[in-house]
Design a binder for this molecule. Structure first.
Ligand code: PLP
Length: 257
């Protein structure tokens, strides 16, 4: 029988498919990994933006994880928009209870159209409960700056921020979406080395970039790559999917995954 690697996303639903759970599942598939998906929050959303967020009870998020994991143990897990602090705690508790490994935590805060994708205190809860369990955390420069309390203006601030975030317990930190001389820079710090990967900066608004980056990273970990290889694989996958982005609705372009 053919053996497949599996990855689980615990994230918000985006009915338009550009971001969230739906984009994560397509990313897993594109990378040759069998996708498992647990919605942690629902949104009424299209490519023009998020209209409304509907929370799910934290107990039901826990139940979905427990029921699934008793049957299939994922080779990697990614968390995205969890929306509420009690959902964050519930997810952390189950990840700990079932000793789930290769955890990628994407601390989702706000959509590119400015809609809040979390309640007050969620970023702090993610730092406190999920960061210590995670293999890699993938904040963008805004989220990293809020989490570390550092105003990021240059390359040095970016490095200081990564160092500070590592103190909260992840094995590695990747800060995405940095700017450097018109190039897009993502920075990894694993406690020993800094690794910065640059690509051409693509103009325009792309929907779901952070989701696709973190889920492709989780897929690479599920396939057995180490953190640095997974970083390179995710950066390459995301860049190529942005480069061939497609228009499916009246709003933002979505990544071609
Ligand atoms: N909806 C969901 C469920 C998400 O998880 C995210 C981002 O993580 C978004 C919307 C926002 O995506 P974007 O800011 O790329 O439009």
């Amino acid at each position: 029988m053919k053996q497949v690697r599996t990855a689980l996303t615990i994230a918000g639903s985006d009915p338009s498919g550009g971001a969230g759970l739906q984009a994560d599942l397509r990313t897993f598939r594109a990378m040759g990994v069998y996708g498992l998906g647990i919605p942690a929050a629902l949104t009424a959303q299209n490519t023009a933006g998020v209209q409304h967020v509907h929370e799910l009870p934290a107990g039901f998020v826990s139940e979905q994880i427990a029921v699934l994991v008793q049957d299939i143990r994922p080779d990697a897990v990614k968390t995205g928009m969890l929306y509420a602090a009690d959902a964050v705690e519930a997810v952390a508790e189950k990840i700990r209870e079932f000793s789930l490994e290769n955890l990628v935590v994407d601390p989702v805060t706000v959509s590119s159209t400015g809609v809040l994708l979390m309640e007050d205190g969620v970023l702090e809860a993610v730092r406190r409960y999920l960061f210590p369990l995670s293999t890699v955390v993938t904040p963008n420069t805004y989220e990293a700056s809020v989490l570390a309390g550092i105003d990021i203006r240059d390359e040095r601030d970016l490095r200081d921020t990564a160092v500070k975030l590592l103190e909260s317990g992840p094995r590695a930190v990747i800060i995405t979406g940095g700017h450097l001389k018109g190039r897009a820079v993502d920075l990894l710090f694993d406690g020993e080395d800094f690794l910065s990967l640059e690509s051409e900066r693509l103009e325009g608004e792309y929907h779901g970039t952070g989701c696709v980056f973190s889920s492709s990273l989780a897929a690479c970990l599920a396939l057995g790559y180490d953190i640095k290889e997974a970083f390179a694989g995710a950066k390459d996958f995301t860049f190529r999917a942005m480069k061939s982005a497609i228009t499916v609705g009246r709003g933002m372009k979505v990544l071609d995954i």
